[in-house]
Design a protein around this ligand. Structure first.
Ligand code: TXA
Ligand code: MG
Length: 315
């Protein structure tokens, strides 16, 4: 099948209410027609995802923003202009057209325009916005290749192949308030970059009911114990049976396996390689995985968020 034929076939699946795994610039998504609640229900079922965790809706055309949201905020257009297509999700007041299942009953919907030509073609050919979480089982490692999708979701109706994703971690998610924006999930687009368009302003008194991705403490977890490197962890694990995800190239001695995610301490490169390296160690014969922490600023915030959540169950 040529790429064009694959996209056609994938779009047909979406129109028929089926599920399609497709590439975006961040991770592979598990997509369904966002306006068809029965199709969307299949996402939750296949992923084994709790329905209190809302989905991101992917669009290919700015006009869809008006179809799906009640937005009248010109700041949204400035953000879209600067960051779309790209890994920034905006949480905006939704119109009734967006099924409650997509937003877990919230009055807002998360929307983004992915920076991936295959994804954009798929959305255009499907003729509808596509709701998609990452194409993995709930709480497990996100997929950055078609093979990762096949490993966790072999039952999916169709996998649209588009090679390895080039950002590697999920989009930055923000919400707007009267004075500025707040970050709900860190990603490759940093607070500093967004601040060039809209000021940062955190409303401290947020209702606890706001379901943000970051609010789930455990996520992105391999099926083996996962630790963030520290003296305490070094005392606890047997290095000769452990795999190390290395950032600096230091402290590698004695580990059964070492994966160096970047040779130049480049956090973007680290992010691109992170989930693939986690999958690789999950499939290898090491008994546990240890990740060296990275500096917690800029993209490092997004990376540390993933590492801490992956480690949460193993504390
Ligand atoms: O890069 C990405 O964002 C990838 C690709 C496929 O686009 N998608 C992704 O989706 O990471 P998912 O489902 O793994 O994470 C989406 C997160 C959810 O955890 C959810 O809590 C949050 O977005 N979200 C969605 N709608 C929201 C809303 N209305 N309010 C607050 N958070 C929302
Ligand atoms: Mg996910």
């Amino acid at each position: 099948m040529t790429l064009q034929e694959s996209i056609e076939k994938a779009a047909q699946c979406i129109r028929e209410g089926k599920l399609v795994a497709f590439p975006t610039e961040t991770v592979y998504g598990l997509g369904a027609n966002a306006l068809n609640p029965l199709a969307v229900a299949k996402i939750f079922e296949l992923k084994e995802r709790p329905t209190f965790d809302p989905l991101i809706v992917h669009i290919a055309d700015l006009n869809d923003l008006e179809k799906l949201t009640l937005n009248r905020d010109e700041r949204v257009y400035r953000l879209a202009e600067k960051f779309w297509p790209g890994p920034l999700t905006l949480v905006l007041p939704k119109k009734d057209l967006v099924p409650d299942l997509v937003t877990s009953g919230l009055s807002s919907v998360g929307i983004r325009m992915p920076d991936n030509e295959i994804a954009l073609e798929l959305i255009r050919k499907s003729g509808c916005p596509i709701a998609a979480p990452s194409a993995n089982k709930f709480g497990r490692i996100s997929p950055t290749t078609p093979q990762h999708v096949r490993k966790q979701l072999p039952e999916v109706d169709f996998i649209l192949e588009g090679g390895k994703t080039h950002v590697g971690i999920e989009s930055t998610i923000i919400t707007l308030n009267k004075k500025g924006f707040e970050i709900l999930r860190h990603g490759i687009i940093t607070r500093e970059e967004i601040e060039q368009v809209v000021p940062y302003y955190s409303e401290k008194a947020k209702p606890a009911s706001l379901v943000a991705p970051g609010m789930l403490k455990s996520h992105y977890s391999p099926t083996k114990p996962f630790y963030v490197l520290s003296d305490a962890v070094l005392q606890r694990v047997d290095k000769t049976k452990a795999g190390l995800l290395s950032y600096s190239g230091n402290h590698t001695e004695g580990f059964a396996q070492v994966i160096r995610l970047t040779n130049t301490q480049d956090l973007k490169e680290y992010a691109v390689n992170l989930f693939a390296a986690m999958h690789q160690l999950e499939e290898s014969d090491v008994e546990c995985i240890v990740a060296e922490p990275v500096p917690e600023h800029g993209i490092g915030l997004a990376i540390m968020d993933r590492l801490k959540k992956a480690a949460h169950k193993s504390r």
